[in-house]
Design a protein around this ligand. Structure first.
Ligand code: UGA
Length: 449
């Protein structure tokens, strides 16, 4: 929305939330304290906030004044009830639609931005439709529901929004669709703006994420085969990625995919397939998740095995806790399950991340900093500055590909390790020459030792 305000100075964009703390954080004068770290975001906000970009808790008034309402709420996987563990929880989409139904005036275009299961637009339309016939309704209200899913990736969000591969607008009301198209066409060429029916638009979002996740799981499964056979994953990636039909992107092996979307969207897709009795299709896509789970477990197990089956009392430095670089988002980060496995096996972890706060790590690991796990005696603490890494560490595990880690003084860090020491590079970012000279064992994903 901030990018819309940046490209359309004549359009007022108001972001509303019930949570006053969140809104206060977005209104913070100190732009370095915005709740989300995203390259380029604070610049966009500083250019437009207070001019045509507003953050507010005034939900009623904002909806009343709006010609277009974007529903961009979370749709996490349901943890209870029908479809638990697979289906998306639409309670926030539903409550947002009810607010629009209650407060809107005149004609309102409702844009479904959240990633939703197919046919959610129908649910929104139904809720809005009811408001026209309900007891308190004003009869002059009309609505048009269209879908326009978001394809930005964290860490490159502003770039992706400025120059997207495509923008999708799904619906049946051509007038509303063209109004939204007109907004996007201020900075995106018309050929990239695709108009589809509403269900194709909703489904395309799930399928795009499923295909991307499938590539990551495919290459991660092959990383294990490379380690066993002596093939080198980077040579394989180069060889297959040079084939234009396959393409070179999204083929980096790693500790498994994280983030708030891939897992949730595939679970949702699997649920949808099973709902339509397409068991084979559901099983096929579910396998992408099994491989992702397996890759994380495979990595924590092999670390333990390299220490002859025990990491109890071992000092291990974890480099990176976010699910990928250039974001402070830790949702579904592979660092969570790998760190938990090591703590459960008695390791003493020192965790560093350039952007993730220790409070966030505490929430994800469900054990407080310095607290000792009763059964395993494992623990963790946060290392803000790598100069403070203690002596005699046994292992370093690179879990996020932050560019800061490439430029580390590896010689100095390696000098703090006690032998036999191991470096596990799950992102293949450490220059091998540095490690070679320091007599330290080195494991890289997708390469044999
Ligand atoms: C993903 C999609 O890329 C976006 O198009 C989509 O809009 C977004 O989900 C969403 O639905 O909101 P995001 O989760 O932010 O974006 O990040 P990605 O760049 O897709 O990375 C996801 C995970 O896959 C990360 O853990 C990353 O490290 C991993 N990954 C990615 C690899 O391990 N290897 C790769 O080659 C690429």
């Amino acid at each position: 929305m901030a990018v819309i305000s940046d490209n359309c100075p004549d359009i007022d964009v108001t972001l509303v939330d019930k949570d006053k703390n969140k809104i206060d954080a977005w209104n913070n004068k100190d732009l370095s304290k915005l709740p989300i770290f995203e390259p380029g975001l604070k610049e966009v906000i500083s250019r437009n906030r207070g001019k045509n970009l507003f953050f507010s808790c005034e939900i009623k008034q904002s909806i009343q004044e709006a010609d277009m309402v974007f529903i961009s709420v979370n749709t996490p996987t349901k943890i209870k009830g029908l479809g638990a563990g697979y289906a998306s929880d639409l309670k926030w989409v539903e409550s947002s639609a009810r607010l629009v139904a209650e407060y809107s005036e005149g004609h309102t275009i409702v844009v479904e931005k959240s990633t939703v299961p197919v046919r959610t637009a129908e649910l929104i339309q139904e809720i809005l439709g009811e408001s026209k016939t309900g007891i308190n309704s004003k009869n002059n209200k009309t609505f048009s529901v269209i879908s326009s899913p978001e394809f930005l990736a964290e860490g490159t969000a502003i770039k992706d929004l400025e120059n997207p591969d495509r923008v999708l607008i799904g619906g049946s009301d051509k007038v509303s669709m063209n109004l939204l198209k007109e907004i996007y066409s201020r900075w995106i060429c018309n050929e990239k703006i695709l108009l589809t029916n509403v269900w194709s638009s909703e489904l395309s979002k799930l399928i795009a994420n499923a295909f991307l996740a499938q590539r990551v799981s495919s290459i991660n499964s092959i990383s294990a085969l490379c380690e066993s056979t002596g093939a080198n994953i980077h040579e394989v990636v180069k060889a297959i990625g040079s084939d234009k039909r396959i393409g070179a992107k999204f083929l980096s092996p790693g500790p498994g995919f994280g983030g708030s979307c891939f897992k949730k969207d595939i679970l949702n897709l699997v649920y949808l397939c099973r709902y339509y009795k397409l068991e084979e299709t559901a099983n096929y896509w579910e396998q992408v998740l099994f491989i992702n789970y397996w890759q994380k477990k495979r990595i924590s197990s092999l670390i333990i095995e390299k220490f002859f089956g025990t990491v109890s009392n071992k000092k291990i430095l974890i480099l990176g806790f976010s699910f990928k670089c250039n974001t402070n988002d830790t949702r579904e980060s592979p660092a969570i399950s790998i760190s938990k496995d090591l703590i459960d096996n008695g390791a003493q972890l020192f965790i560093n991340d350039p952007k993730v706060q220790k409070e966030q790590i505490e929430i994800e690991l469900e054990i407080k900093e310095f607290e000792v796990d009763e059964l395993s005696l494992g623990s963790w603490n946060f290392i803000n500055d790598l100069d403070n890494v203690p002596r005699n560490i046994d292992a370093i595990i690179v879990l996020t590909e932050w560019k800061e880690y490439i430029g580390i003084n590896w010689e100095k860090l390696c000098s703090k390790m006690r032998r036999p020491a191991w470096i596990f590079d799950t992102r293949n970012i450490i220059p091998k020459e540095v490690i070679k000279e320091s007599n330290i064992n080195y494991w890289q994903v997708g390469k044999s030792l």
